[in-house]
Design a protein. Structure first.
Length: 255
């Protein structure tokens, strides 16, 4: 959930199948309206969660790439079935916390949700990484860290309010999904390269957008409330994951 500095509520936005925002909350619960100490605790909690989730995911990718048993298992029918099960659990989790948002605000359910989300995404990404050369995965990982840190610092420091570009990002993401669906049948490497390039730009934009929703401030039009660390963390986590995936596809391009 996040709110507008004016009195109008925000329509819930769903970022395709990869990211989501919840509905609006009241001014009284906003990050900027709380004390500085409460605001800082909220930001620290989100980034602590994000760091742990990214570390676990990174270790999962490393394990799949270096452990032959895991690598072989992921290519079996059971391993592929587990990948689909992980996808189903991910989407089900998103639907549940979007429809019953109070669950994500109560301990220990909040951290239980983040744990389930991390485990499922880590398995999916680990199984994906074995399809790429290890050097490409390493380069994509380093580039992802560099992009994430750079854009996060920009979002923290800039006076430009990027929280109003949610509609533009959503429409761009919708167009990207359509292109990717079409390419399933066309199977064009050029279209795939174009989609990966656009995807990198779109999710870089989402990273700045979501970061400013978390940081808040008097010059932000929209922002998360301080009890929504699960929503905020998952948004950032999915931004980072999608940046990494698009970088993998760009670096792996052989044309």
């Amino acid at each position: 959930m996040y709110y507008s500095n004016n009195s109008n509520p925000i329509v819930t936005q769903v970022e395709g199948l990869t990211d989501f925002e919840d509905s609006y909350s009241t001014k009284d619960n906003s990050v900027s309206q709380q004390s500085l100490e409460l605001r800082n605790k909220f930001i620290q909690k989100v980034y602590a969660n994000l760091t742990v989730m990214c570390l676990i995911t990174g270790l999962s990718c490393y394990a799949f790439m270096t452990n032959n048993e895991l690598k072989n298992f992921s290519t079996t029918n059971s391993g592929q079935a587990l990948t689909w099960i992980s996808f189903i659990i991910l989407f089900t989790t998103i639907i549940i916390i979007a429809c019953f948002d109070k669950i994500a605000k109560v301990f220990p359910y909040d951290y239980g949700i983040l744990t389930i989300f991390t485990v499922c995404q880590s398995y999916i990404l680990g199984a994906m990484c074995i399809q790429f050369d290890s050097n490409i995965v390493i380069m994509a990982g380093i580039a992802t860290i560099a992009i994430t840190l750079t854009l996060t610092l920009f979002a923290f420091q800039t006076k430009y309010d990027c929280t109003g570009m949610g509609g533009f990002l959503l429409s761009s993401l919708t167009g990207l999904i359509v292109i990717q669906i079409v390419n399933i049948f066309v199977k064009s490497s050029s279209i795939q390269l174009m989609a990966a390039s656009f995807g990198l730009i779109i999710f870089s934009g989402y990273l700045v957008y979501d970061t400013q929703l978390i940081v808040g401030g008097t010059h932000r039009k929209y922002q998360f409330s301080t009890d929504e660390h699960v929503f905020a963390t998952i948004n950032l986590y999915l931004d980072v994951v999608n940046i990494f995936i698009n970088l993998l596809q760009l670096l792996d391009n052989k044309d």
